[in-house]
Design a protein around this ligand. Structure first.
Ligand code: KG4
Ligand code: ZN
Length: 354
């Protein structure tokens, strides 16, 4: 890898799911602008992201979001040296809007362009400056937990990934979202479960899928266990309720809090135990927490408490989808001479390391 120029400034665009985001980052670490237009309220009424709606919304939001990000750059466009965008994994139509916009901007302005892996970008959120902390040190263990992915990877250097384990069924964020729906909590499920769990009385314990001898994960059994508990609770409530049989009464609030708490504890216990074991086994210098579920406060707290090595926890706004992390990942791609050409296309199932 060449010596990165600390003034090299990148405009990045992120549109892999339901956030339209643009950011400008200098030297791979200093955020000059970080703008996120969330589509949350639009998808909320459907209980999840509707791909076609997401693409259309990206088209509407992209130009204002990029313009707003540019306003924070000294000298405007003259202060931007390259353009980047996420090419996958994600929703293909959504990815297309951002990737094509970024290519068009780069082409028109005669700037170099690089396409970025969204999973890699989540990891690089830890390179963005936080206080006076230096850049992460290799080898590092990355725990990526998002709506679409759950994986443990070892990074021995920039671009040098070894996948240690991943989910065999649901991604952990997906499990949060599904369990929240079963409990009648809103979308997205992660923050709703975290909130409900605060009111808990810890009387219920839910199972943990350890999958011993492996760094893989499984969350579908846990989700089924929640379903059974909820069914039992509904039967119990039905026999004590005077409501007509055809209207399902809302679940008892204390029960919801207990299940939310037990679910969160089960997920956190497995994620933290496996991360700590992997960090020890592979002599990691640090653990990097990444992805939307990394915003979970119990996970953040428990990992720090049990980890034998320092844990990087990006600020909450840098855990969920944003373009600053895309710019950070792009910086190290450029430094490694990995710019993209105009033929680069979206890749909805792009794996980590590609
Ligand atoms: O990384 P992300 O923003 O989008 C994807 O690339 O998937 O992750 C979104 C996921 C959602 O499933 C959401 O429920 C979850 O992150 N999430 C949380 C929390 N905040 C967001 N899960 C648990 N606790 C949270 N506080
Ligand atoms: Zn993401």
């Amino acid at each position: 890898m060449g010596t990165p120029d600390p003034d090299f400034t990148i405009l990045a665009i992120e549109t892999s799911c339901d956030e339209t985001a643009a950011a400008v980052v200098r030297g791979g670490r200093t955020i000059l602008a970080n703008v996120v237009a969330s589509q949350l309220d639009i998808h909320q009424r459907f209980g999840g992201v509707v791909p076609e709606v997401a693409s259309r919304q990206h088209m509407l939001s992209l130009v204002p979001v990029v313009e707003e990000a540019l306003q924070a750059v000294p000298g405007g466009w003259a202060g931007v040296h390259a353009v980047a965008a996420t090419r996958g994994p994600g929703l293909s139509g959504a990815l297309l809007t951002g990737l094509n916009a970024a290519k068009a901007i780069a082409w028109q302005r005669g700037l170099p362009f690089v396409a970025v892996n969204h999973l890699e970008a989540h990891i690089y959120a830890s390179w963005l400056e936080q206080g006076s902390a230096g850049a992460p040190e290799f080898p590092l263990l990355a725990l990526i937990v998002s709506g679409g992915h759950t994986l443990l990877a070892l990074l021995r250097g920039h671009g040098d990934y070894t996948l240690l384990g991943q989910t065999r069924d649901d991604a952990v964020g997906e499990a949060f979202d599904k369990v929240a729906r079963i409990l009648g909590l809103g979308y997205p499920g992660g923050p709703a479960i975290q909130q409900a769990a605060l009111e808990r009385a810890a009387r219920i314990t839910l199972p943990r899928a350890w999958l011993r001898e492996s760094f893989d994960f499984s969350f579908s059994g846990l989700k089924t266990a929640v379903l059974h508990r909820v069914q039992e609770q509904r039967d119990r409530q039905a026999t004590t309720s005077s409501r007509p049989q055809d209207t399902a009464p809302p679940l008892d609030r204390l029960f919801v809090a207990q299940i939310a708490h037990a679910f969160q504890e089960s997920v956190v216990d497995v994620l933290v135990s496996k991360s700590v074991d992997a960090a020890i086994r592979y002599h990691a210098a640090e653990i990097v927490l990444a992805g939307g579920v990394a915003a979970n406060l119990r996970l953040r707290e428990e990992l720090v408490q049990r980890s034998p090595v320092p844990v990087r926890r990006p600020a909450l706004a840098l855990c969920t989808d944003n373009a600053a992390m895309v710019a950070a990942a792009a910086f190290y791609r450029f430094a490694a001479g990995l710019g993209s050409d105009w033929s680069s296309d979206v890749s909805p199932s792009l794996p980590l390391g590609a």
